[in-house]
Design a protein around this ligand. Structure first.
Ligand SMILES: NC(=O)c1ccc[n+]([C@@H]2O[C@H](COP(=O)([O-])OP(=O)(O)OC[C@H]3O[C@@H](n4cnc5c(N)ncnc54)[C@H](OP(=O)(O)O)[C@@H]3O)[C@@H](O)[C@H]2O)c1
Length: 337
């Protein structure tokens, strides 16, 4: 393997162009070496603009390039597992966008693939690498807010573009898959546990058939983690943890800025007016660089990737149960495949 892990990018996704290719190159363990698109022209244009040495007119062509060590898969959600499997069979390690799969059962096929191909695969949960969430975990574990009693979350944006992948039900659109996965993964992280059962209600878009508003309760052995997510609401995001001795507010929990510090507000609850608030500023980082570098370093050192694929399966098991609960109108057990 070269000094730096050589990345191939599958597709010319907006997110890859705006938020991943630069941050991968800004890290110390990886470099983007090639990009592929279903259209060679598109791949060449992006390669030229972003200084990527190689461009391919199909994903298969990139996967057969022996110079590529690992691929980043930001394809529409229904292609996450099939193309990641193809990449692993072709000998590449894979960093794949969230949601890792369309279901926990589909995600679990990646566990077998890891064994069979001896290639690793990790879900792109950049928030799990941001120091603000590591700080929240430390604060909770140190008992700073006592025992956690409830978690509240909200994540929303407004997108009614019929051409956007998020508004196409047949390729994995909808809010739960796109953004509901974040309050789920961060609640599981903070609770260091899995919810046993969930309840949910979904509002589906009458034209697109995708869920445009979801409200959910995850039951962590009597501690409810509730959240709502919307694809038709003004952009907003917040996570709050309430404990027996105080609370923590994560001001920008998911799309943490790269041009200013992020803030946690820890309140010791001495009154309801915030007299006991401490603001903890987390220095500016790029969470995509941290994630890509942690992945690349693990691969280079022959170590397991930092976020095991079993975690992705567990996250999808919660999403599966939320869809089931919205259909049945009842609590549904979270079942691992
Ligand atoms: N972690 C994060 O912060 C974050 C943020 C945004 C998005 N994402 C994830 O990144 C992925 C891409 O999101 P995006 O908004 O960047 O999407 P996008 O701009 O629509 O890109 C998707 C790409 O997939 C390729 N593609 C292959 N088959 C396709 C099909 N049937 N329909 C549409 N595109 C197809 C296209 O590339 P070619 O035409 O070049 O082949 C397209 O550029 C999603 O999984 C999303 O969940 C993650």
């Amino acid at each position: 393997m070269a000094d730096r892990l050589r990345w191939g990018i599958l597709g010319t996704a907006r997110h890859a162009q705006s938020s991943m290719i630069g941050p991968i190159n800004a890290g110390s363990h990886g470099v983007v070496h090639a990009i592929a698109s279903r259209s060679l022209d598109k791949a060449q244009n992006v390669a030229r603009r972003l200084g990527i040495p190689k461009a391919y007119g199909s994903y298969e062509a990139l996967l057969s390039d022996p110079e590529i060590d690992a691929v980043y898969n930001p394809l529409p959600n229904h292609l996450h597992v099939p193309v990641s499997l193809q990449a692993m069979e072709a000998g590449k390690h894979v960093l794949c966008e969230k949601p890792i799969a369309m279901s926990a059962a589909e995600a679990s096929t990646l566990i077998d693939a890891q064994r069979r191909t001896e290639r690793q695969v990790m879900e792109c949960f950049m928030v799990r690498f941001h120091p603000q969430w590591l700080t929240v975990v430390d604060l909770v574990q140190s008992g700073r807010i006592g025992v956690v009693q409830a978690i509240h979350g909200y994540f929303a944006y407004f997108n009614d573009d019929p051409d956007n992948i998020r508004n196409k039900a047949d390729i994995g659109g909808g809010g739960l898959y796109d953004i509901g996965v974040y309050p789920v993964t961060t609640s599981r992280l903070v609770m260091a546990a899995e919810p046993s059962r969930v309840s949910a209600t979904l509002v589906r878009d009458p034209t697109f058939g995708t869920d445009r508003m979801a409200a959910a309760i995850l039951d962590f052995d009597g501690v409810p983690a509730t959240f709502s997510c919307s694809t038709r609401s003004a952009p907003a995001q917040r996570m709050q943890l309430f404990g027996t001795r105080g609370s923590i507010t994560v001001e920008i929990p998911f799309n943490a800025p790269t041009d200013r510090p992020t803030r946690l507000v820890v309140d010791d609850a001495r009154d309801l007016f915030g007299s006991g608030q401490e603001v903890i500023e987390i220095p500016t980082v790029n969470q995509y660089t941290l994630m890509a570098d942690a992945f690349a370093a693990a691969i280079q050192q022959g170590l397991p990737v930092p976020l095991p694929i079993t975690d992705g399966v567990a996250n999808m098991a919660v999403i599966d149960a939320l869809f089931r609960a919205a259909d049945s109108g009842r609590w549904e057990l979270v079942r691992m495949p």
